[in-house]
Design a protein around this ligand. Structure first.
Ligand code: COA
Length: 279
């Protein structure tokens, strides 16, 4: 079994959804170098696993993650720049570079704490749902640090300028309800409903054509930082790539349903926000 023998991660695949749990509850799922290495291997496996249509990232012990392991990641590696560089590269690889353009839908399911470095993977996921009473905090300034790794970069990507400055400079705690108001997450729900809501969203995302989902995710992520003309060209090329990977089948079926069969209406299958009722 590909997901056995892991010491810091637990994976449960059920109904096409891979529930990926950071599994160091005794340390509030603080991320040590072993966890980063294991997550790289796990994501690699999940991306190619035909039984998996959606990845949910969560944490054991009803908590998401207390960020980087201050002892094992920072202090223990402080005298070993090569080991530190490797751990840092692994950390950024899975939490951002890999997740940002992961081929399948990804959802961060946040309960308990989400602190510091844990913001990176939470923001990288396509969607983030949290318990209303979850605790978020960019605590680095309280440790005499800046939000390093890629945290400052991804926070400024997710939030407006004023809110990014506020959270980074004050290091204050805030709950899931405020995180939703800031649009740092899609939605906050009562803790007891979080898993059900997450499953419903995962099922909705898995109902989309997988190749169209993948290409659309790439398109949204990549066009933001390129000029309009290059974006126009990129999107045209991306449509070409989509046709090459998927053929024209999915698009043709959808158009036929609309034109000939008249069985397709956008309002029947779409929703504009996770805040809308998913069912
Ligand atoms: N790195 C290493 N260990 C951590 C950790 C971290 N980021 N966060 C928590 N832990 C460990 C604690 O040291 C403790 O270990 P111990 O039982 O061996 O002493 C265990 O997890 C439980 O934490 P504890 O502080 O006892 O629980 P709590 O419920 O009172 O508080 C937190 C939980 C998360 C609020 C608190 O531990 C905390 O503030 N952690 C630091 C988070 C942070 O600032 N991270 C930023 C890193 S970039």
């Amino acid at each position: 079994m590909p997901y056995e023998g892991l010491t810091t991660i637990e994976v449960e695949v059920e109904g096409g959804i891979a529930w990926v749990y950071l599994n160091r509850p005794e340390k509030k799922n603080a991320m040590n170098p072993t966890l980063h290495a294991e997550m790289i291997a796990v994501l690699e496996e999940l991306e190619g696993d035909a039984n998996v249509g959606c990845v949910v990232l969560a944490g054991r012990g009803n908590t998401f993650s207390a960020g980087q392991d201050l002892k094992e990641f920072f202090r223990d590696l402080s005298g070993d720049p090569i080991a530190f560089k490797k751990a840092q590269r692994n950390a950024n690889d899975w939490r951002w570079h890999r997740l940002e353009v992961f081929d399948k839908p990804t959802i961060a399911m946040v309960e308990g704490v989400c602190i510091g470095g844990a913001f990176t993977q939470m923001i990288a996921c396509d969607f983030a749902l949290a318990a209303e009473d979850a605790t978020f905090c960019l605590s680095e300034i309280n440790w005499g640090q800046i939000p390093g790794g890629l945290v400052t970069r991804v926070v400024t990507e997710a939030l407006g300028y004023r809110d990014a400055l506020d959270l980074c400079l004050t290091g204050r705690k805030f709950d899931g309800i405020e995180a939703a108001k800031l649009r740092l997450i899609n939605e906050a729900v009562p803790a007891a409903e979080l898993k059900t809501r997450t499953r419903a969203l995962a099922e909705l995302l898995m109902s989309k054509d997988p190749e169209a989902y993948r290409a659309t995710k790439h398109a949204v992520r990549y066009v933001r930082n390129i000029p309009v003309r290059e974006a126009e060209d990129y999107l045209a090329a991306k449509i070409g790539e989509l046709r090459m990977r998927a053929g024209t089948g999915a698009q043709e079926v959808a158009i036929r349903k609309f034109v000939e069969e008249k069985s397709y209406r956008p309002a029947e299958s779409s929703y504009t926000s996770v805040s809308d009722k998913i069912e």
